[in-house]
Design a protein around this ligand. Sequence first.
Ligand code: ADP
Length: 500
Amino acid sequence: MENFLTKQIIQKEKEKVNYPDKIFINGNYQNSISGKTFDNISPIDGKLINKINFSQKEDVELAVKSARDSFETGVWSRSDPSHRKKVLLRFAELLDKNRLELSLLDTIDMGKTINDTYNSDLPASIDNIRWYAEIVDKIYDDIAPTPHSTLAMITKEPIGVVAGIVPWNYPLWMAIWKIGPALITGNSLILKPAEQSPLSAIRIAELLMEAGLPEGVFNVLPGDGPITGKSLAMHHDVDCVAFTGSGEVGKLILQYSGKSNMKRVQLECGGKSPNIVFADHDNLDFVAEKSAYAIFGNQGEVCSAGSRLIIQKEIKNEFIKKLIQISKNMMPGDPLDPQSFMGAIVDKSQLEKIDNYVISGKNEGAKVAVGGKVDRINTGGYYYEPTILDDVSNDMKVAREEIFGPVLSAISFKDPQEALRISNDTEYGLAAAVWTNNINTAHLIAKGLRAGSVYINNYEEDVDTTIPAGGYKQSGIGRDNSYHALDNYLQVKSTWIKLR
Ligand code: ADP
């Protein structure tokens, strides 16, 4: 299918799309045992899409049992790597075949634009699955350099039952970040999508079955955090939780692990990433455009968004003027219109949270340079204007806390030392960028930044499966993507053989 979308193509697909609403356990779609459901609202217009089966503790029990049983039989966990590769490659094909449908499900469910889901999230997800499929028969284990009389093998084995608890900002893509490495290494997986965006997760369960994944190896539990997510993370028969979401919940997951079975925890949490712009850059128009994308892309609902603009004093006013101009072309529009740049905010409470942060910034002395308002109210949906807060100091709430919306906090600096000090003065450490023409400044700042991903003269333009993603400090533990993600899902076994 070509990358070109029209309103007509989208409307036609929308008319025939089904909205899945079931739990998926042991190869079957089923209702929750209790019969409980929750409302799934579209932020595009605030209307009910459907009622989704709400997984309770007893559903979690069933899913964990199904995952455990499938793991113990070895039907997947001990299958040939070449077989696992074939199944995941087929899954990638099926994602591709159903690309528009899956894009629509995510757009309708959480409000990001169809252009983003169709041209970014889906191709990236497909690429991710293909990459993990392709590496599984190319990884070798080790023999240790032990004395002549012994042979010691260092092998890696799947950890067992993995729970993937994922957020709503990239519903399918963030799930895929867990699915690829967890499944290819032979684990059984239970996916818990965010309550705001369960549709694509439920739908891909049948695609994985169609691809040839054995029953029980992949289960989906739509539900909330405090009941469904917590029951999974507290479960004694879950060996690993792979989580992406807020730092607050990340800390809870660590506690649940400590209170239950010391299960392994991988976390990708929030950020308050600095985007440092030096006056010596020779193309500030370009930098402004990329900086606007870094905070207004995906409605700013991105954990690695460049949410703190750390800008050299002498160019601050000129640079903010450029950003204001650019932001005018990034106003929210209909998420189902392929021309829209910005879509809807995920739900009403997130919209209110964003607005409250802007009010708090004003109260603490920041100036609204542009935006600062709810938009498109007559649609019934949840939209917010791209917003720039000027005259922010790094101790204000809008500089310290993750807003998770299209709000940029601009903080000025005098010299490189001050830029670095402000940038690292945060409890987060997910991403950071530096823009300068001076190679020394670029490298010294990059080395000094305490962040998992550092960009020099770009801001996260290419998210690539081959590159690890994750954070320092309270932005997380472990890494998604690349070979590094495999470590989340593998045990290391040392086997000693005495030679006689
Ligand atoms: P956000 O603030 O972006 O909504 P959250 O951290 O609240 O992010 O949610 C990310 C994922 O964590 C979602 O799937 C959510 O249901 C889940 N979650 C929320 N609270 C808990 C909890 N107490 N235990 C386990 N999972 C939770």
